[in-house]
Design a protein around this ligand. Structure first.
Ligand SMILES: [Zn+2]
Length: 371
């Protein structure tokens, strides 16, 4: 499809770049990318790719906009709080550039739907904007199996890193760099560790740049390189990554030939010994005298703001060091803000031999609704 006169005007600054020009711009228009997540990383990724004129942008997310997102998730705005992130992101992208197509998938990206979603528009590039381990391994594996470049990015407090994993073009895959995921609970999420809002903006923008370079076949992507950014010291560093001949995915004798259960692989799948109760059930149990211990795994500042009477605070990052304080013969009722971190805590405690684990569904958010 050629460019319309309106598009010629819109992309004028690209035309004078020899690496883009009119043919490059037409390439972008006829390209498609899948952006997983519309959060901190997904926001700048999707916004810049839309503005640059990437013709088809697929978005995967099942979350809703929260006020605490807006400090970094710049694709969303105040009037979208409480509404689906996908609707907000799509509206914002089409406001930025009405000459593109935005395809939305209102779901989590999982081993069950990943292939179907990618094949839906036969996306040229997969971009992981989620920053969690199960999705990171999933996007790596599915991109490898379908021979698509996977644009990786992750952030932590004031540091971030990116790479491009595309063994079919050269270099290693994500599993070559990190064969085993870290113990759940040892790597805090943004909610636990905090993140300066500009950082995902920078890392996501680097991911958008690498995506455009791949689509244009311009410059050289960081295949086999991990680019690390230290924001506090304004320092970029490159690390060489080696392809691992023993890699279970892209090595000489691969054992992973189809998608696996990524939550189980990353140890965040709810253990068989974990049960769940609602906040209503918890309230009734507390009224009758709780037959166990109530543990809050949120961060101290969240606990200070509001806590359930009688709960003990053990923030999720401290669970691996402090689980010895907990009795194995008593039932542990575990809650966080929404039920995700508490499920992670249960998953970790199950690996340490705890069997009486009860997750509080909906966490403090649901508890407040109850009051
Ligand atoms: Zn590999």
């Amino acid at each position: 499809m050629p460019l319309s006169p309106e598009e010629n005007n819109r992309y004028a600054r690209h035309f004078t770049l020899p690496e883009v020009g009119r043919p490059g711009q037409e390439k972008l228009k006829n390209s498609s990318v899948l952006c997983i997540g519309t959060g901190g990383l997904g926001s700048p990724i999707a916004l810049y790719l839309a503005a640059a004129g990437v013709g088809t942008i697929g978005l995967v997310d099942d979350d809703q906009v929260e006020a605490s997102n807006l400090q970094r998730q710049i694709i969303h705005g105040e009037s979208w709080i409480g509404k689906p992130k996908l609707d907000s992101a799509k509206a914002r992208l089409l406001e930025t550039n009405p000459y593109i197509k935005v395809v939305t998938y209102n779901t989590r990206f999982t081993a069950k739907n990943a292939v179907e979603i990618i094949q839906d528009q036969d996306y040229d590039v997969i971009i992981d904007g989620t920053d969690n381990f199960p999705t990171r391994y999933l996007s790596n594996d599915v991109a490898y199996l379908l021979k698509k470049p996977n644009i990786y990015g992750s952030i932590f407090r004031f540091e971030g890193q990116i790479s491009v994993f595309a063994p079919h073009l050269g270099g290693p895959c994500y599993r070559c760099m990190l064969p085993e995921p870290p113990d759940p609970g040892t790597v805090p999420s943004c909610a636990e560790a905090g993140v300066l809002g500009v950082l995902p903006g920078i890392i996501g923008s680097l991911q958008a740049m690498e995506t455009i370079k791949i689509l244009l076949d311009a410059g050289s992507p960081p295949l086999g390189k991990l680019v690390h950014y230290d924001a506090l010291n304004t320092h970029f560093k490159h690390f060489n990554l080696r392809k691992d001949p023993q890699c279970p995915l892209c090595g000489e004798n691969p054992t992973i030939k189809e998608l696996i259960d990524y939550e189980e692989f990353c140890g965040v799948k709810p253990p068989a010994t974990m049960t769940e109760i609602t906040v209503t059930e918890l309230r009734d149990k507390l009224a009758a005298g709780l037959d166990g211990k109530l543990i809050d795994v949120r961060m101290p500042d969240e606990n200070a703001e509001c806590a359930i009477d009688g709960s003990t605070l053990i923030p999720l990052p401290e669970v691996p060091n402090r689980h010895t304080e907990l009795p194995k013969d008593e039932t542990l009722y575990i809650h966080c803000k929404g039920g995700i971190r508490s499920a992670k805590a249960c998953a970790y405690l199950a690996t340490q031999g705890f069997t009486k684990l009860v997750n509080i569904k909906g966490g403090m958010d649901a508890w407040i609704e109850l009051a």
